[in-house]
Design a protein around this ligand. Structure first.
Ligand SMILES: NC(=O)c1ccc[n+]([C@@H]2O[C@H](COP(=O)([O-])OP(=O)(O)OC[C@H]3O[C@@H](n4cnc5c(N)ncnc54)[C@H](OP(=O)(O)O)[C@@H]3O)[C@@H](O)[C@H]2O)c1
Length: 298
């Protein structure tokens, strides 16, 4: 392991934020600057004029290059499109910085595998931003699911994120569709709760609705629906498990509150100080393999 040096135990972890899009602006900048485990040390974006208002608002340094960002922090939070993440994360890893990686890990499986190899060789620790996994109800659900004896499950992630709102005009999301954007969350949850997905059938389109049939290690089966082009008063993001013991239901629409993100911040600060996390690049690569299986099945 590349042991982090120089992070004093009595000081918050200095975060370098890469990206200044809506998620960086509305979620990560306020989250990591609030502390107490972290402080926002620096922010970088392709165009400095996007990062400047964040730097000004949170008293962080405006980094003019990604390398300057890396030099200005203890740990890097990536908040950029997947192709940019796979290009830049190795630079931070080579400098020994722990990384919070965004979903999807990469645009394709070969790129994800390349990044995973570089990270493994560097020895830096990572955490993967499957945000629902930091919610207390999700953690309880996955623990309960382990011994539940599920024979079948069903789930969905139905949103209107590509119809309106801050992400609707995002070029990589328009290109990649719902599978790479929302897919990682619900596919990860199905895989974690019912057992590793070993076989996939899929139909539909990334710019509409995708229906998935999964077979899980251990014999359970599940069906999962995905769309980010449905107009709903409230997103529907849920997973239900059924078996001889009855039913278990997880509704994650309300999971992304203050407590969940405080857990994410605390967990990432611990990663930066040298504690490995179960939701790391290995989990990210596993999810990317599942996305690739789905893509091939469509
Ligand atoms: N975990 C979750 O629940 C969750 C929720 C929302 C978003 N996210 C993730 O957060 C990340 C950011 O999403 P977002 O919608 O806020 O922003 P985004 O559109 O994915 O990325 C915006 C940022 O990337 C920069 N950028 C775009 N194209 C670039 C390129 N070719 N080269 C270098 N930089 C480039 C932009 O730079 P400039 O504008 O400065 O030029 C901007 O700083 C994504 O990975 C997304 O999947 C995760």
């Amino acid at each position: 392991m590349n042991t982090p040096v120089g992070i004093r135990p009595d000081r918050p972890v200095a975060i370098g934020l890469a990206g200044a899009g809506p998620w960086a602006r509305t979620r990560y900048a306020p989250l990591f600057s609030a502390g107490p485990e972290t402080r926002l040390a620096a922010v970088w974006s392709r165009r400095p004029e996007s990062a400047q208002p964040i730097a000004d608002e949170y008293g962080a340094r405006l980094a003019m290059t990604f390398e300057e960002l890396v030099d200005s922090c203890d740990a890097v939070v990536m908040c950029v499109p997947p192709t940019v993440q796979t290009e830049l994360a190795p630079v931070a890893a080579a400098a020994g910085r722990a990384l919070l990686l965004e979903k999807p890990l990469a645009q394709s499986l070969p790129e994800a595998e390349r990044l995973a190899r570089v990270i493994a060789d560097s020895g830096v620790l990572t955490m993967f931003a499957l945000t629902f996994r930091f919610a207390a109800n999700v953690r309880r659900f996955i623990t309960s699911a382990k011994g539940f004896g599920t024979i079948g499950g069903r789930g969905c992630m139905l949103t209107g994120s590509q119809l309106a709102g801050p992400y609707a005009q995002s070029a990589w999301r328009l290109d990649e569709g719902v599978l790479l954007n929302e897919g990682p969350h619900i596919i990860d949850l199905a895989d974690a709760a019912l057992g590793s997905i070993v076989r996939v059938q899929a139909h539909g389109r990334g710019d509409g609705w995708i229906g998935l049939l999964f077979e899980h290690e251990g014999g359970a089966v599940s069906d999962v629906s995905l769309s980010n082009r449905v107009s709903l008063d409230l997103n529907q993001i849920e997973l239900q498990l059924f078996g001889p013991a009855g039913a278990l239901r997880l509704d994650v629409v309300d999971a992304l509150g203050t407590a969940t993100f405080a857990t994410l911040r605390r967990d990432f600060a611990a990663v930066a100080r040298g504690t490995p996390h179960p939701i790391d690049i290995r989990r990210a690569l596993h999810v990317q393999k599942l996305l690739d299986m789905v893509e091939r099945a469509l």
